[in-house]
Design a protein around this ligand. Structure first.
Ligand SMILES: Nc1ncnc2c1ncn2[C@@H]1O[C@H](COP(=O)(O)OP(=O)(O)O)[C@@H](O)[C@H]1O
Ligand SMILES: [Mg+2]
Length: 323
């Protein structure tokens, strides 16, 4: 668990604190997106965690230990750090880039080579790319390498600063999906900085919203969308956007359970969102969908069920991604 306790950071040159009285906790295995406008202090907040910046006042705890009491090298070993374009070293090959931390840790050569191969596979890159240089890779490939490098020594925490910000929409979506898969598989604690609300809604267990260095709201995507703490939050996340709300509710949380099969209906997976369901309903011209889990029919979703959420958001206790 990572805990912030009344954390402040004041740059000597700045008139006001860049991070101001921030108190929050991130559970182990949780993916928290830090969201806010440009210049609000997102990058600075992240850099306090791996001590690229030191707090002026307050404390940050990693699994109960004040990070001030952890030697910086050992702290950073427990935290992978991913930035835009992967932050790769241009004069090193891809394999050498990924091997940086294992090499520092003095792993034997054969073990490093095996780990590099394993990581390339994990981020879906061909082992052949290991011999290339960063400039010979696409933006998306570079970002995969950045992720592989951050995962090399198997850190418990991943700090990601707008890692997909420079990518085209399709590549970005693919990488978001893969990050979610990795997260489910390896149970990392992830702090992910973004200024893109759609990205935040897709990835986050919880979203932390910053404005002028202050934490203005911390909650599940559904809580943020339906109970914005202020006009600032409402505007930032676009609470008026009904499709956005439907995009954070899983079909299974509003369907009616039944194992009876209606072969005339289009099928939708129980983990899909109401936004996808609505789009299918509109395309099909029907008013119901068959909900399936794997191959099995488990329920019926009616347009009325979607309208009910629309009319009474309180009926949804929580977003699907927070469970
Ligand atoms: N090393 C620094 N010295 C002085 N001011 C800084 C430094 N780093 C960032 N800042 C200032 O802190 C504020 C927040 O910056 P940053 O954390 O990079 O914002 P964000 O990542 O949300 O866009 C900005 O006003 C920026 O100019
Ligand atoms: Mg930034």
């Amino acid at each position: 668990m990572l805990e912030f306790e009344q954390v402040n950071l004041q740059f000597p040159s700045a008139p006001e604190p860049t991070v101001c009285n921030c108190t929050f906790a991130v559970n182990s295995g949780e993916l928290v997106v830090i969201l806010g406008p440009s210049g609000c202090g997102k990058t600075t907040l992240l850099k306090l965690i791996n001590r690229l910046y030191e707090v002026t006042r307050g404390q940050i705890f990693l699994d109960g230990t004040d990070i001030q009491d952890i030697p910086v090298t050992s702290l950073r070993r427990q935290m992978g750090y991913v930035i835009q374009q992967g932050g790769l070293f241009p004069h090193m090959t891809i394999a050498q880039n990924i091997a940086v931390v294992p090499k520092l840790l003095g792993w034997p050569k054969t073990q490093i080579a095996a780990r590099v191969e394993e990581l390339l596979d994990l981020v879906q890159l061909s082992p052949r790319l290991g011999r290339r240089y960063p400039s010979q890779l696409s933006g998306g490939q570079q970002q995969r390498v950045g992720l592989a490098r951050a995962l090399a020594a198997n850190p418990a925490v991943l700090l990601m600063d707008e890692p997909f910000g420079a990518l085209d929409a399709i590549t970005r979506k693919a990488l978001q999906g893969e990050l979610l898969t990795l997260q489910a598989q390896f149970y990392k604690t992830i702090l992910f900085v973004s200024h893109d609300i759609e990205e935040a809604l897709r990835l986050a267990d919880r979203i932390l919203i910053l404005n002028h260095g202050q934490l203005v709201q911390y909650g599940t995507p559904w809580q943020i969308l339906t109970q914005p703490a202020s006009a600032f939050v409402a505007e930032l996340v676009g609470t008026e956007d009904i499709l956005r709300q439907l995009s954070v509710v899983a079909v299974e949380s509003v369907m009616v359970s039944t194992s009876s099969v209606n072969s005339h209906l289009l099928k939708i997976g129980s983990q899909e969102t109401l936004r996808q369901a609505l789009s299918l309903l509109l395309k099909s011209g029907q008013s119901q969908l068959q909900v399936i889990a794997g191959e099995r029919a488990i329920g019926i979703l009616d347009l009325k069920h979607i309208q009910a959420v629309w009319q009474d958001p309180a009926m949804i206790q929580d977003s699907p991604s927070s469970t």
